[in-house]
Design a protein around this ligand. Structure first.
Ligand code: ATP
Length: 383
């Protein structure tokens, strides 16, 4: 998975105490009747970020986006964009533009006129409109389609018209509600990279709503994971994947094996969790702030586990070692997924890259196997 801001050469304004956020959300709540759609959310988004609000259906992400856009009022809290308090500021006076999931193109207008629409309403001169529309269509590689109508375009092209129309007004912030939802998988992947390139070219801040964790991982500088109106964690894709702060985030992002157990040793840089249900002690090279005997879950990603028919050599004896039986194998070409049943009844998932060209898998159904992993692979979760 790509992580865009991982390298030291990339800006990480959120780690710079001197940097002022472009968008400041402070204790924002949105109630519909007695129902809290967004519940006391605080968030900073910085200039030039590609920021994703990620969560399942009904978690409140669209409502939060609509409050940034001004289509929804807040029940409590404040939103500041570019230093200006947004309470009472109508959508068209905010330094933001929103691209809707449905694209909302005018069917009777050409591509160029769709893109020009907002500029005409602002009263821009004909020459300026022509230049800016052309530049926007060049940006989304649609200049040759300027005279077509929306029904003469593919889904991906319509999506790019909507993007050009939103960008032509040069907003400081572009809000995108599930921008790729209408595209098929292949086109969606291509378009993800295009969106990122366009965003980087323009330096506009993007805030996007998505329920698709892979999409969020591929495109974002940072992700806010939401559930039931709350933000559970904000971090770079790498932070969210490698260091989820709760069981919910660990399970929502990618696949994970969770082992419930009791902390029997917890010192700086070394933690041992006894997991009687799977019949082993787990050794972690990272401790968390919990007391002895606390109940925790240890999260281990499937790709960090090693599957073998023979007992693994090396490692600290007696730790991080499971035995089980292969129940399912999914061969995906580039890798295989093994579902392994443990004697205690738990089922775990292990993935292994297919590094050699062979179609007969070295491990097959019903095989008794060992599964092991190094101490760095596990992460203890108290929440
Ligand atoms: P989805 O991905 O399904 O669009 P979402 O995370 O974007 O989900 P929201 O649209 O923000 O969710 O809705 C959050 C909750 O608030 C939902 O339970 C929804 O039913 C409720 N809700 C949203 N708008 C209204 C409204 N106008 N009146 C009453 N309830 C609403």
């Amino acid at each position: 998975m790509a992580e865009r801001n991982a390298g030291p050469s990339h800006r990480q304004p959120w780690n710079d105490p001197g940097e002022t956020p472009l968008i400041q959300v402070r204790n924002v709540t949105k109630k519909f009747g007695d129902f809290y759609a967004v519940d006391d959310v605080s968030l900073d988004i910085f200039t030039g970020e590609f920021f994703s609000l990620l969560g399942g259906s009904g978690c409140g992400k669209t409502t939060l986006l609509r409050m940034l856009a001004g289509f929804e009022t807040t029940s409590a809290g404040s939103i500041t964009i570019d230093g200006q308090e947004m309470a009472g500021v109508p959508p068209y006076r905010r330094p933001v533009n929103m691209m809707f999931q449905s694209y909302a193109l005018f069917p009777h207008m050409t591509v160029a006129n769709n893109v020009a629409f907002g500029l005409r309403q602002e009263g821009a001169s004909a020459a300026e409109i022509r230049d800016r529309v052309h530049a926007a269509l060049e940006l989304v590689r649609l200049a040759p389609f300027a005279t077509r109508k929306p029904h003469q375009l593919s889904g991906g092209q319509r999506q790019r018209v909507a993007l050009a129309r939103a960008l032509v007004k040069r907003p400081k912030v572009l809000l995108l509600d599930e921008p790729l939802a209408a595209l098929d998988k292949k086109l969606r992947e291509q378009t993800q990279f295009e969106l990122v390139n366009i965003q980087e070219t323009l330096g506009v801040t993007f805030v996007i709503v998505t329920h698709d964790q892979e999409e969020a991982m591929t495109m974002s500088s940072r992700i806010a994971v939401m559930d039931a109106g709350k933000i559970l964690q904000v971090g770079t894709p790498g932070e969210i994947y490698e260091f989820p702060n709760s069981r919910f985030v660990a399970e929502f992002i990618g696949s994970v094996n969770l082992f419930e157990g009791e902390v029997v040793e917890n010192a700086q840089g070394r933690m041992v969790v006894d997991c009687p249900e799977v019949g082993t002690k787990l050794l972690l090279d990272r401790s968390i702030d919990v007391s002895q005997h606390a109940h925790v879950a240890v999260a281990v990603r499937p790709e960090k586990m090693v599957i073998s028919k023979n007992p693994p050599t090396g490692g600290e004896a007696g730790f991080n070692l499971l035995r089980g039986k292969v129940d399912e194998i999914a061969y995906l070409g580039d890798m295989s997924i093994y579902l392994i049943d443990l004697p205690g009844g738990q089922r775990i998932r292990v993935t292994a890259p297919n590094l050699t060209r062979r179609t007969d898998l070295p491990i097959t159904w019903e095989d008794e196997v060992f599964v092991s992993w190094p101490p760095f692979a596990g992460l203890a979760l108290a929440g």
